[in-house]
Design a protein around this ligand. Structure first.
Ligand SMILES: [Fe+2]
Length: 391
């Protein structure tokens, strides 16, 4: 450990039902006219209306609801949302949704505040020079942790590539964690999103940019997920479990916002782009293989997960590290039995003739730069082949 820094300017508030009334917190910000950014399903499901009512009854104005965010949001939607915000003179944004909604809202807030061309002026790292309007993030899934990350990943429709924007100004001003909003998530989506959070946490502890603060957050995230995932997937109305998963996703978000992720995400991003496999499911399938790939460089760090994973074998040996990887495999198998979450890339829809393309493209993904073992197509190939058939 030579150097690390840590900062979380986003205020986080957790409580069952808090999204219906957090108006006292809004008094800390100058914004009075909020635009709600969400998706059509959430807007029609009745989840959004009580949040709007709570804000209105406290005297805040809701100038409109922009509910056109698709699952894989892009530049065009952000431009449309920003134009809508400007037309209605919004001076703040409330984002209600999963990762795609939260990332879109970051982009809408950026363009609505500063104007300019999203791709040419802001893509890349630390490109924003001044603070943005107030952004309130209210996650409705427990996976991405986007409410506490400074990144947004969106599709450039013109080139069909995913663009990354990373800047501390993109961080929400306030994150409202209300487990009640996640009660209706289907079991399979609950499992997939939690496995995304678990992967954020585990990869943060193995990264070349790991730090003691990120480790602390990641270990607690892993412990909470191991405690709550199976009970919550089994009983979706388990409020306590929903709360633990939401907090775990948040902690894992803070951890990987600083330590970054690695080979599992590099592969999952590529599998997502090539075969449109759900991000959380792809991470779940690939997690044991990514750990095996990093085993030579990170034996002790993987073994150090034993306590929070609930592995009986303790210590820093290869045997303990292998027991940790087996625990992840067993968790995936249990999730498959409970809710049908796939354990192989073939089940998830990847074609056998796409395996070599995944191996070829994954080393170019941004996540690969933080992985402890360099990513090469030749060395990745056998791991992807085994993930294809769950071997
Ligand atoms: Fe992820």
């Amino acid at each position: 450990m030579d150097f690390f820094q840590f900062s979380v300017p986003t205020k986080i508030i957790f409580a069952q039902g808090i999204s219906k009334d957090f108006s006292a917190e809004l008094e800390h910000f100058s914004a009075r006219r909020y635009l709600v950014v969400t998706d059509q399903f959430l807007n029609q499901s009745g989840l959004v209306a009580p949040i709007i009512e709570g804000m209105k009854s406290a005297g805040f104005e809701i100038v409109g609801v922009f509910d056109e965010v698709p699952p894989d949001s892009g530049v065009g939607i952000i431009e449309k949302g920003a134009a809508f915000a400007k037309k209605n003179s919004a001076d703040g944004i409330v984002a209600i949704g999963g990762g795609s909604v939260l990332d879109t809202a970051k982009g809408v807030n950026l363009l609505a505040t500063l104007g300019g061309d999203l791709v040419n002026d802001y893509s890349g790292t630390q490109t924003i020079n001044s603070p943005l309007n107030t952004l309130i993030a209210i996650p409705t899934t427990a996976g991405t942790g986007s409410e506490v990350t400074e990144a947004m990943v969106i599709l450039d429709e013109k080139t069909q590539t995913k663009l990354s924007f990373v800047d501390s100004h993109l961080l929400p001003s306030l994150a409202i964690l209300d487990p009640e909003l996640t009660l209706g998530l289907p079991a399979k989506l609950t499992a997939a999103t939690a496995m995304d959070a678990l992967t954020h946490a585990i990869e943060a502890t193995l990264s070349v940019q790991k730090s003691p603060v990120a480790d602390a957050l990641a270990y607690q995230a892993i412990a909470l997920i191991m405690e709550a995932l199976i009970p919550t997937v089994s009983h979706g109305q388990d409020r306590e479990g929903r709360g633990k998963l939401l907090v775990a996703s948040n902690l894992a978000g803070m951890a990987f916002n600083h330590a970054m992720v690695g080979v599992v995400h590099a592969l999952a991003h590529t599998v997502g782009a090539v075969a449109h496999v759900h991000h959380g499911m792809a991470n779940s399938i690939l997690l044991p293989y990514g750990l095996e790939y990093n085993l030579p460089q990170r034996t002790a760090e993987i073994a150090a997960l034993a306590l929070v994973l609930g592995v009986a074998e303790q210590g820093s040996s290869l045997k303990t590290a292998l027991a940790c990887i087996k625990k992840i495999r067993d968790l995936r198998q249990k999730l498959k039995e409970l809710c049908g979450l796939s354990c192989s890339l073939s089940e998830a829809g990847l074609k056998e003739n796409q395996i070599s393309l995944i191996a070829e493209k994954a080393p170019d993904d941004g996540a690969s730069f933080y992985n402890p073992r360099p990513l090469t197509s030749e060395e990745l190939l056998p791991f992807i082949q085994r993930a294809f058939s769950n071997l």
